[in-house]
Design a protein around this ligand. Structure first.
Ligand code: ADP
Ligand code: AMP
Length: 217
């Protein structure tokens, strides 16, 4: 059973790989970004509060984010393993996660770290398109849908995320380097980090991940 984290800068390819890993290992994919986008589209109190931060490329406060993850990890589909994508994003979230897992007797199996050069991230973020229905991710050049702007899987019209614009990107990268990158050192000390070269094409990144995770499902 695998209890994994996937980390990397915004646009590194976490969601893309998470969707492939989820299918391969049959584990729950928990993306805090997806959960916030869902809450925003439903205009829930959490969604309305989160929007203020997300629109500016800032982290949503820990009190909100940690509670969301804590409740999500208690759901049945996490019992056979999970892949957390986009959480933890700072040291205090990492410490909160440690506490949550320890109280349920769960150990992390590994932390996948997708390494990228900052120079590719703006193009990946600005060119990202997403299916609003099944959440499949695309890119205008590196992962084109068969029919322009239409989801291959469910036929819905693809959308661009409101925060995927040049204005928020620099804030998101700054937040990543200042607050999220230190989380990697936190897990390196625990010997959990699995480095993967995120500059390869999507399938090769996935091959490297499965090779390093091994067959043990
Ligand atoms: P993250 O979840 O880390 O923010 P995504 O998985 O959404 O990133 O990927 C960002 C964009 O880059 C998407 O449009 C995706 O299709 C594209 N992408 C992901 N991985 C690669 C890759 N290895 N090479 C080129 N483009 C990629
Ligand atoms: P993502 O889809 O992972 O790129 O996340 C989109 C946005 O949601 C981020 O820029 C943050 O504003 C917010 N967000 C997602 N995950 C977290 C988290 N763990 N802590 C705080 N904010 C988050």
């Amino acid at each position: 059973m695998k209890n994994l984290l996937i980390m990397g800068a915004p646009g590194a390819g976490k969601g893309t790989q998470a969707s492939l890993i989820k299918n391969e290992y049959q584990i729950a994919h928990i993306s805090t970004g997806d959960m916030f986008r869902e809450a925003m589209s439903n205009q829930t109190p959490v969604g309305l509060e989160a929007k203020k931060y997300i629109d500016n490329g800032l982290l949503v406060p820990d009190t909100i984010t940690v509670k969301l993850v804590e409740e999500r990890l208690q759901k049945d589909d996490c019992k056979n393993g999970f892949l957390l994508d986009g959480f933890p994003r700072n040291i205090s979230q990492a410490e909160a996660l440690d506490k949550m897992l320890a109280s349920s007797g769960i150990k992390l199996s590994g932390v996948i770290n997708i390494q990228t050069d900052d120079l590719v991230l703006i193009d990946r973020i600005v060119g990202r398109r997403t299916c609003p229905v099944c959440k499949e991710g695309y890119h205008i050049t590196s992962k084109k849908p068969k029919v322009e702007n239409v989801c291959d899987k469910c036929g819905a019209t693809l959308v661009q995320r409101a925060d995927d614009n040049v204005e928020t990107v620099s804030n998101r990268l700054k937040v990543y380097h200042e607050q999220t990158a230190p989380v990697l050192d936190y897990y390196k000390k625990q010997g959990l980090v699995i480095d993967v070269d995120g500059m390869q094409d999507i399938n090769d990144v996935f091959k490297e991940i499965t090779k390093k995770l091994g067959d043990n499902k």
